[in-house]
Design a protein around this ligand. Structure first.
Ligand SMILES: C[S@@+](CC[C@H](N)C(=O)[O-])C[C@H]1O[C@@H](n2cnc3c(N)ncnc32)[C@H](O)[C@@H]1O
Length: 761
C-alpha cells in the first residue's frame, strides 16, 4: 500500500507536506558535510540571496537548498543520498531492485518519497480548496514532495487532519504530520506534555516543540546509533555491510557486461570468494573510539522541553522534526566541543536575538561549528585526547538580514566575550584561537563557500570592537597528519578523525604502488592532505579541488612543509580531469613512442598548456589577489615539475570524492586514458563507490548502447541501475579490475566508515 504524507501544523503554524511518514533515522552528521549533487554543485545565486527557488525551474544549473543538493537535475532523488539508499526503486527495465535495506517495513514506505508531485503553490492551494480545507497559507518547495500549510486555529488543523489523513490520491494515500511550529515560540513555557517527556513518557502528540514524528529522544541515539554496541560488534556490522556492497558490485557488473564480450575473470572468480567483487581485507580500527571528531557542527534550536539548545537535531527536517538536544552524551564528540556548545547555549538564554526558525526561514542564530587542531607529536591516550588539542576555531553562523547592523555588532561583541570568559573559566582553560562569524541567508545551514565570513577579536577592550572584524584569509588553525603541518581555513574540508585519517592515507599510498617515477593525481584533494603526505614517495603530485580556500590551504600547506613537487588545480574535476590526463599521460606515451623527440620542447609546450588549463580553471573563480598569489606559487611548482615530466613512468590516481561519488565525466576520463593503470578509490559512501566501480570495471564494446532519453524509467533508477546504463554507453576502453578493498573506521559509533578499493588494469 502506498501512502503519501501531508504534514499539518497547529496554531498559526507551518507544516511540511511530505509524501510519507519516515521510519528513516535522522541524517547522521556526515563524514563530509559538503554534500554535492551529481550535477548541481553550487547554490543558485537567486536562491542564495532570496531563499527562494529561481524561475528557471528544472533547467537551473544550480541547487536550491539542502534537500535539492541531494537531487538530480530532473528533481528526482539522487540515489546515493541516505534517504534514497533505503528506497525501493524501479530500474529502467521496469524491474524492481531488491536490496537488503528494503527488508524492513520502513524501507518499503520510503519508496514513496521518490514520486514527485511537482506541484506549484497554485495547484497545491487548488487542491486544498477543492477539499474544503481552511488554511492561512500554503507553500510548496519546487519540484519536491514537501510543502507547508499554515492555519489560523488549532481547530482548523484538526479538521484538515481528519479530512486529508489517509485520503487516496493518485494511487497513494495522503499522510499528514504535525510540524508544530509553536515550538518556535521562544517565550513558550514547557507544556505538560513536554514535562511528561522529561519524565521519560513516550509523548509524541505534536504539542511538544519540534516533536512531530520524533523517532529518537536523545542526540546520542540520533547521531551515534551504534553506540549501544561494543566496538568489535560495530566493526563486525560495518564489515558485513561493506561485503554486501562488494557482492552488489559483482552482481551488477555481471548484468551490465555486454552479451558479445566474455565476462572478465574478476566477475567469474567472484563465485570463489562468496560473490564479492574482490577480497575484503578487513577493517582498520580507529585509534580513538571516543571523542574523535575534530569538527562538530551544532544546530541551534529548541529542545523537546522548549529550551534554546545548541546540539544535534533529533530527526530530519523534512519529516517535521526540529527538536535539538544537547550533545553531552554523544560518544563521538570531544569534551572541548561539548563545553563550547554549553557556553554558547548559556549565552543564548540571555540573547535578545532570535534563534533561526527552519519553518519560516527567519531568525538570527543558526549554527555553531567547533574545529580542533592537535599539537604536534603528542600521542593521544584513548580517553584523554583533548589534552592534545592546542587550537580551536569557532565559527558561528548567523543570518543578519533585516537586523540593525549596530545592534548585531554589539550582540556579537557580547558573544565573543561569553566565549572568552567561558573558555578561561574552564579548568584547565579551553584553547580558543579563532572566532569567526559566517553570515548566511539561505534556507539550509549549508552555506556556499563564499558566504561572508569575518573574525572577531578575542580580547575585549574599549578599543577593540567587532567593528574591527577583518576578512579572514588568515583565520586558520593547524593540525598534523604524519608529522606534516596543515593549516585549515574555517570552511575547508578536513577528515574529522585525524588519527584514523593517517591510517587511511598510508593505506592508499601503499596500495597505489608509489615510487620516485610516479605521477600521482590526487582527485578531490581538499587541503592537499593525501598528496602532501605522499609527496615524498612520488615524483610529482597533481591535486584537483573545486573549493578555492581549500586550494589556497593546500598551496600554503605545501609551502610550510617545504614540499615543492605538488601542484594544485582549483577546478571541478569534471572540467579538467580529461585535459590534465591528456596532458600528462598522453605526453608520457608520446615520449615513449618517440624517445628522440625534444623533451625540452615538449615539456615547455606542456607547461604552457597546463598553465592555460589552470588559467581556465581558476580564472573565473577566485578573487584577483588570491588568484595571482596562487598562480605564482603554482607556476613555480609547475616549472620545477615540468622539467621532470619525462621521468614519470607510473601514473596513478587516488580519488576521494564527496558522498555522491565521481562525476560521470571524471569516470569517463579515468577510464579512457589507458596510460592510467592504477586507481585507488577512497569512499565515504560505499553505494556511490559501487556505482562508480561498475562504470570503471565493466567491459565495454564497440556496439555501445546509446542512452535512451525517451526511457523515463531512469528517473526512478537505483544507483546501480543508473551505473549499469552508463557502463553500457562507455566508449570502448580497457576496464579496470577491482583487486582488493579494505574499510577504515573513521566514524566509530555511527554506521559510516571509509572504504579503500584498489583498481588496476
Ligand atoms: C571527501 S573530501 C576529500 C578531501 C581530501 N581528499 C581529504 O582527505 O581531506 C571531498 C573533497 O572534494 C571536493 N569536491 C567536491 N566536488 C568536487 C568536484 N566536482 N571537483 C573537485 N573537487 C570536488 C570537496 O570540496 C572536498 O574537499
Amino acid at each position: 500500500m502506498t501512502t503519501e504524507t501531508l504534514n499539518t501544523p497547529t496554531t498559526d503554524s507551518t507544516s511540511p507536506v511530505t509524501t510519507d511518514e519516515q521510519g528513516e533515522k535522522r541524517k547522521q552528521p556526515e563524514p563530509d558535510s559538503q554534500t554535492n549533487p551529481l550535477h548541481k554543485t553550487s547554490l543558485c545565486s537567486y536562491f542564495r540571496s532570496t531563499g527562494r527557488a529561481c524561475s528557471h525551474g528544472d533547467t537551473c544549473r544550480y541547487a536550491h537548498g539542502e534537500e535539492e543538493l541531494r537531487m538530480r537535475p530532473d528533481n528526482t532523488w539522487d540515489p546515493t543520498s541516505e534517504r534514497a539508499k533505503k528506497m525501493k526503486m524501479e530500474n529502467g527495465d521496469g524491474e524492481v531492485e531488491v536490496r537488503e535495506e528494503e527488508c524492513d517495513e520502513n524501507g518499503l514506505e520510503k519508496c514513496l518519497l521518490n514520486l514527485p508531485l511537482k506541484w506549484g503553490a497554485d495547484q497545491f492551494k487548488g487542491f486544498l480548496n477543492d477539499e474544503g480545507i481552511q488554511y492561512k497559507s500554503a507553500k510548496t518547495r519546487k519540484g519536491m514532495v514537501v510543502g507547508f500549510v499554515t492555519f489560523e486555529t488549532v481547530e482548523q488543523v484538526k479538521i484538515a487532519i481528519e479530512k486529508l489523513q489517509g485520503k487516496p490520491f493518485r494511487n497513494k494515500n495522503l499522510k499528514l504530520v504535525d510540524a508544530n511550529p509553536r515550538s518556535y515560540d521562544r517565550n513558550k513555557k514547557p507544556t505538560e506534555s513536554a514535562n511528561k517527556a522529561e519524565e521519560g513518557d513516550a509523548v509524541n502528540d505534536g504539542s511538544t516543540p519540534g516533536s512531530a514524528d520524533v523517532k529518537v529522544r536523545s542526540a546520542r541515539d540520533a547521531v551515534t546509533p551504534l553506540a549501544h554496541l561494543s566496538y568489535p560488534e560495530q566493526l563486525e556490522q560495518k564489515t558485513k555491510s561493506i561485503s554486501q556492497i562488494l557482492k552488489k558490485l559483482a552482481r551488477n557488473a555481471r548484468k551490465a557486461c555486454p552479451d558479445d564480450v566474455p565476462l572478465p575473470d574478476w566477475i567469474n572468480n567472484s563465485r570463489d570468494i562468496a560473490g564479492l567483487a574482490c577480497k575484503l581485507e578487513g577493517i582498520i580500527e580507529s585509534p580513538l573510539v571516543n571523542g574523535y571528531r575534530n569538527k562538530c557542527e551544532f544546530s541551534i534550536g529548541y529542545s523537546l522541553q522548549g529550551k534554546p539548545t545548541v546540539g544535534f537535531l533529533l530527526g530530519n527536517f523534512r519529516e517535521g522534526v526540529t527538536a535539538v538536544e544537547e550533545p553531552s552524551d554523544c560518544p563521538n564528540v570531544s569534551k572541548i566541543s561539548v563545553k563550547y556548545a554549553e557556553i554558547f547555549q548559556n549565552f543564548l538564554q540571555s540573547s535578545t536575538f532570535p534563534i533561526w526558525n527552519r519553518m519560516s526561514n527567519t531568525g538570527f542564530w543558526r549554527q555553531l561549528t567547533v574545529r580542533e587542531g592537535r599539537a604536534q607529536g603528542k600521542i593521544p591516550e584513548a580517553e584523554s585526547s583533548e589534552a592534545n588539542i592546542a587550537e580551536v576555531l569557532l565559527m558561528v553562523q548567523i543570518s543578519s538580514a533585516g537586523f540593525d547592523s549596530e545592534a548585531v555588532n554589539l550582540e556579537l561583541e557580547k558573544m565573543a566575550e561569553a566565549f572568552v570568559v567561558g573558555a578561561s573559566a574552564n579548568s584547565p582553560s579551553l584553547p580558543l584561537t579563532v572566532l569567526a562569524v559566517q553570515d548566511h541567508q539561505g534556507v539550509s545551514n549549508v552555506a556556499p563557500a563564499d558566504a561572508p565570513l569575518r573574525t572577531l577579536p578575542l580580547v575585549k577592550s574599549e578599543n577593540n570592537s567587532v567593528e574591527d572584524s577583518k576578512v579572514v584569509a588568515e583565520a586558520r588553525i593547524q593540525d598534523y597528519i604524519n608529522n606534516l603541518r596543515f593549516c585549515l581555513s574555517p570552511t575547508a574540508f578536513f577528515q574529522v578523525n585525524t588519527l584514523a585519517a593517517e591510517k587511511l592515507y598510508s593505506l592508499a599510498g601503499d596500495w597505489a604502488g608509489l615510487g620516485p617515477n610516479t605521477l600521482l593525481f590526487d582527485v578531490c584533494c581538499g587541503t592537499g592532505t593525501i598528496g602532501l603526505t605522499l609527496a615524498h614517495r612520488v615524483g610529482m603530485v597533481v591535486g584537483i579541488e573545486m573549493n578555492a580556500s581549500a586550494v589556497a590551504d593546500a598551496n600554503s600547506n605545501a609551502e610550510i612543509n617545504g614540499i615543492t613537487n605538488c601542484r594544485f588545480v582549483c577546478s571541478k574535476a569534471e572540467d579538467v580531469m580529461g585535459s590534465l590526463l591528456k596532458e600528462y599521460v598522453t605526453k608520457k606515451q608520446d615520449e615513449s613512442n618517440d624517445a628522440d623527440s625534444g623533451n625540452k620542447e615538449d615539456a615547455s609546450a606542456s607547461e604552457d598548456k597546463l598553465s592555460e588549463a589552470k588559467d581556465d580553471a581558476e580564472g573565473i573563480k577566485d578573487e584577483e589577489v588570491k588568484e595571482e598569489k596562487m598562480q605564482d606559487e603554482s607556476n613555480c611548482v609547475t616549472e620545477n615539475i615540468s622539467s621532470k615530466l619525462h621521468q614519470f613512468d607510473n601514473v596513478v590516481a587516488i580519488v576521494d570524492p564527496p558522498r555522491v561519488g565521481l562525476h560521470p565525466t571524471v569516470i569517463k576520463a579515468l577510464r579512457t586514458h589507458e596510460g592510467l593503470k592504477r586507481l585507488v578509490y577512497i569512499s565515504c559512501n560505499p553505494e556511490s563507490l559501487m556505482a562508480n566501480a561498475i562504470e570503471l570495471c565493466t567491459p565495454s564494446t564497440d556496439k555501445n548502447e546509446k542512452g535512451n532519453n525517451k526511457n523515463r524509467g531512469w528517473r526512478n533508477m537505483s544507483n546501480a541501475s543508473l551505473a549499469r546504463q552508463r557502463a553500457k554507453s562507455m566508449p570502448n576502453s580497457e576496464p579496470f579490475q577491482p583487486i582488493k578493498a579494505m574499510a577504515v573506521d573513521l566514524f566509530p559509533h555511527t554506521p559510516h566508515c571509509e572504504v579503500v578499493m584498489l583498481l588496476e588494469r
